[in-house]
Design a protein around this ligand. Structure first.
Ligand SMILES: Nc1ncnc2c1ncn2[C@@H]1O[C@H](COP(=O)(O)OP(=O)(O)O)[C@@H](O)[C@H]1O
Ligand SMILES: [Mg+2]
Length: 316
């Protein structure tokens, strides 16, 4: 059974100016033990999808289910815990340990089990030295770690993490990425993680679902997405600068070309119907002296920008 099944999900927010469509028919699945990134620019619908999955919001239409339980039912709480965007949802007057036990208690975890889990999480998150410190005295990063630990103390197999590293310093962000990977690899959790930080996603997720304006525009493994892009992106180093008029000529022939003045290079993305020969032809015709051509090594951010741009072009 899949951990998450979302099918044709639509969400309209009522506003004074009429309904705002945040999700326009979103479908995807997440298998047990997977760690999947939900990617998208601001406003793409990531938070909305996560809120529906954990039962905080009702969908306008379509289905969302967690381990076979519809998200609109109260029992979903037994299967899923969520760390919501920007919320360091811990009690500032309680210590680290008290917070963990309090959240365990809220979820109906028996006291003995709560103590055991608290001990485990404090160790896993390297919070031993802070266990008796009140949350208000913790750094941003520590608060975020504690908030994640409080979500975990429920002991659910599925975790929804909405922008878990937003606003954290680089070091804490990396530490959290490591922890999230460990939760999946060593503790058998399933994670759906939303972010608009590609670095975080590239570091943690094996597969990504990309949302753009409430629709799924890509759903594939990270290596496959990178490979798809790699075959189409080239870097051309120039012997001399660009001759007069070459810039205009190239821009007209090649849809996506970037001039890197300082590095004396061009970066070109070829549309699927073109190949490296047509690139060489275009360069020759524009009178450009070429030093070498190599395939560019894309990262997830390049892929993301590319997909979203193609999508926009299609819409027009
Ligand atoms: N409570 C709300 N009322 C009206 N519109 C909302 C509300 N929450 C989100 N939206 C709109 O829904 C869309 C998706 O938002 P959201 O799910 O927060 O996206 P993301 O998390 O990807 O940034 C955006 O256009 C946003 O403005
Ligand atoms: Mg959001």
């Amino acid at each position: 059974m899949d951990a998450i099944v979302v099918s044709e999900l639509v969400k309209d927010y009522p506003t004074r100016k009429g309904p705002v469509r945040a999700l326009a028919g979103v479908s995807f699945r997440v298998g047990q033990g997977e760690i999947v990134g939900l990617l998208g620019a601001n406003g793409a619908g990531k938070t909305t999808a996560i809120k529906i999955l954990c039962g905080l919001l009702r969908a306008t239409s379509g289905q969302a289910a967690v381990f076979g339980v519809p998200s609109s039912r109260p029992e979903v709480a037994r299967h899923v815990a969520a760390l919501l965007e920007g919320s360091r949802n811990v009690y500032w007057r309680l210590s680290v340990e008290e917070n963990l036990r309090f959240f365990a208690g809220l979820q109906g975890v028996p006291p003995r089990e709560a103590r055991r889990r608290t001990g485990e999480l404090v160790a896993l998150f390297a919070l031993e030295e802070k266990r008796r410190i009140t949350a208000n005295l913790l750094s941003q990063g520590m608060k975020q770690k504690l908030a994640l630990a409080c979500a975990l103390v429920k002991g659910t197999p599925l975790l929804l993490l909405d922008e878990p590293t937003l606003g954290l310093d680089v070091e804490t962000s990396h530490e959290l990425r490591g922890l999230i990977r460990e939760l999946v690899c060593a503790h058998g959790k399933t994670v759906l993680l939303s972010s608009h930080d590609m670095g975080v996603v590239e570091d943690t997720c094996a597969r990504v679902v990309i949302l753009a304006r409430g629709r799924v525009v890509a759903d594939d493994s990270v290596p496959k997405l990178l490979a798809l892009f790699r075959t189409r992106a080239y870097r051309v180093s120039l012997r001399d600068g660009l001759p007069d008029g070459a810039r205009v000529q190239l821009a007209a022939r090649l849809s996506a070309v970037r001039f890197l003045e300082a590095e004396r290079a061009l970066e070109v993305e070829l549309p699927p119907e073109e190949d490296v020969y047509s690139l060489m032809d275009a360069l020759r015709e524009a009178g450009v002296a070429v030093d070498g051509v190599s395939q560019a090594e894309p990262d997830l951010e390049d892929v993301f920008l590319r997909i979203v741009r193609d999508e926009r072009r299609e819409e027009r």
